[in-house]
Ligand binder design. Structure first.
Ligand code: LLP
Length: 429
């Protein structure tokens, strides 16, 4: 029996009772490479990208993948080859872009705390734009650029003060967030930027939050930003581009975010109505390009029935999949091999990892038919999992595979304890 793909996961499907990524059997991958194991579908990434490309057809637009969502080189390579630029937040991320074959000229550098060293490195590489988040940062960037006899291309991140209606830790466009400059201060700060000799003002940007599942906050933010564009240009400062950030959500658990092309149809209509349809557009999507392109395969180590709760203890943990512990996030958990073939009774489990923290849970109250040795797939694990993983409890980072049709590419070897201890030193004597 071939069941259609899992909801929200068009490139992961159950065939003859077994889960596949594109044309590759996940049980066989887990057996060959061990668990925990991240598996990504290249076709899923490219089809998520295609939705944005359709939305921008005929427009002057640049998609800059927000690589904090998943910065593994093999993933960056997919987007670099597809013509994407990158949104970076550190000098280290710039090194990764260059190592993966990305173009410096298509890089935008976001973040509230860029250091002078990072600024120098990005200027020397010739990045496309610095998204500056404070007045103090403008002054420092101008000084650093002048010392290199350069002018830094800048855009100022404006905080439109709209509520993206998402988890408070991933809202960024509200007044009390640390990000961006206040809407009411923006014109004055633009005038200051235009007066600094080491800067070249090229754009404006905003980013209101992440896992946004409704178009309204985007439309509101666009209105707020376009009002400012009018005021800034009226003051004689020309803006070459408008950057609307990232933030579009994915379907984790019956979430219904708009499709990227449908969202952009609405946003472009608004842009045209304001008379700015001809301006270059930039966006910084992260999660929506990779989130549902990845799964984390894990093995059931023990089943532990209890008086109040049953625990299903797996070999992946909060160090591999930090989102449930950090944001109470939901990831679907499905068997890699259909439960019917095993005959275990269905029970309700808390699915937990081996880390010594009560916060180390991956799913709560999940109905599963499992026995020790079974493999499970934690879905929607392509974004903010590997890139946020840690070595807590001296656990090595998982291996990563990129599936392309029936081809499998190892894009990260499993981390060993030697890898983890490499930078550490015993005290001599
Ligand atoms: N641009 C800027 C300036 C950002 O701060 C972010 C994400 C993005 C773009 C990409 O947003 P996306 O399209 O991925 O929503 N770790 C959290 C998400 C943190 C998002 C931080 N900023 C999570 O796992 O839900």
């Amino acid at each position: 029996m071939t069941r259609p793909s899992l909801p929200g996961h068009p490139h992961f499907a159950c065939r003859e009772g077994e889960l596949f990524a594109e044309n590759v059997n996940l049980r066989e991958l887990a057996a060959a490479h061990g668990t925990p194991l991240f598996v990504y579908s290249k076709a899923a990434m490219l089809s998520a990208l295609a939705a944005y490309q359709r939305g921008f057809a005929g427009r002057h637009a640049q998609i800059c993948y927000a690589m904090k969502a998943n910065s593994s080189l093999g993933v960056l390579q997919v987007f670099a080859r597809a013509g994407c630029g990158f949104d970076i937040v550190s000098g280290g991320e710039l090194d990764r872009v260059l190592a993966a074959g990305g173009e410096a000229g298509k890089v935008i550098f976001s973040g509230v705390g860029k250091t002078r060293t990072e600024m120098r490195k990005a200027l020397a590489a010739g990045i496309g734009c610095f998204n500056v988040e404070s007045e103090a940062e403008l002054d420092v960037l101008s000084e650093v650029a002048l010392a290199l006899q350069l002018r830094a291309p800048v855009s100022i991140r404006v905080n439109p003060n709209v509520d993206p209606k998402t988890h408070p830790y991933i809202s960024t466009g509200l007044k009390d967030n640390k990000f961006g400059v206040a809407h009411e201060d923006a014109l004055r700060i633009y005038q200051h930027a235009a007066s600094l000799k080491g800067l070249r003002v090229v754009g404006i940007d905003c980013h209101i939050g992440s896992q946004i599942t409704d178009a309204t906050p985007y439309l509101d933010a666009m209105d707020r930003v376009l009002d400012l564009v009018a005021a800034i240009e009226a003051a004689g400062i020309t803006l070459e581009h408008i950057d609307f950030g990232g933030g579009l959500g994915i379907n984790y658990n019956n979430d219904t975010p708009p499709e990227a092309d449908a969202l952009w149809r609405q946003l472009l209509a608004r842009l045209d109505a304001h008379g700015y349809g001809g301006k270059k557009l930039m966006i910084e999507p992260g999660r929506s390009l990779v989130g549902n392109a990845g799964v984390c395969l894990t093995e059931v180590l023990y089943v532990k029935p209890g008086e109040h709760k049953n625990f299903c203890i797996i070999d992946a943990a909060m160090n591999d999949l930090p989102r449930p512990a950090m944001y109470q996030a939901f990831h679907a958990i499905v068997p890699v091999t259909a439960a019917a073939t095993k005959g275990a009774a269905e029970m309700t489990y808390d699915v937990v990892g081996p880390v010594c923290e009560s916060g180390d849970w991956i799913g709560r109250d999940r109905a599963l038919s499992v026995v020790a040795g079974d493999q499970l797939a934690v879905m929607s694990a392509g974004a903010y999992c590997m890139s946020m993983s840690s070595n807590y409890n001296t656990r090595g980072r998982a291996a990563e595979l990129l599936v392309d049709g029936d081809q499998v590419h190892l894009i990260r070897r499993r981390e060993t304890v030697e890898d983890q201890m490499r930078q550490e030193l015993l005290v001599k004597g």
